[in-house]
Design a protein around this ligand. Structure first.
Ligand code: 5GP
Ligand code: ZN
Length: 113
């Protein structure tokens, strides 16, 4: 737990969020500023600043798998959805606790902005 990190505080319950899924390793909650009808952030309970700090590929794999579980739970799995991990400045990362964006409920355009 990083005491300066807003997502660590959400994972511990210190800061409220609308949780949609959790297991022993990950927590998923609604984005405060949604960019799609469904916009959820999936975070590991452990603090990794960026995706490149996640040294164990098995944890990355389980994060993607858990994101798929969230999509199923929110009924966007059949129509389709998008997973996004922003990394550092050029990636548009603003919160330095690794998170997977799960976006759905509308058609996603390409390329992203
Ligand atoms: P990034 O730009 O780092 O990939 O995404 C950070 C995301 O976190 C943004 O979409 C932003 O709306 C969301 N966010 C930032 N602070 C909070 C918060 O306190 N609560 C929730 N639920 N979402 C947040
Ligand atoms: Zn954190």
């Amino acid at each position: 737990m990083n005491s300066d990190c807003i997502f660590c505080k959400i994972a511990s319950g210190e800061i409220p969020a609308e949780l949609v899924y959790q297991n022993e390793e990950f927590v998923a909650f609604r984005d405060l500023n949604p960019q799609a009808p469904v916009h959820v952030l999936l975070i590991p309970r452990n603090h990794y600043p960026t995706v490149t700090d996640m040294e164990d590929p098995a944890v990355i794999g389980r994060a993607i798998q858990a994101a798929g579980e969230v999509a199923k739970k929110l009924n966007i799995d059949n129509d389709g959805f998008r997973l996004v991990i922003n990394c550092r400045d050029n990636g548009g990362q603003t919160v330095y606790h690794m998170h997977v964006h799960i976006l759905g409920g509308r058609f996603m355009t390409w390329p992203p902005g």
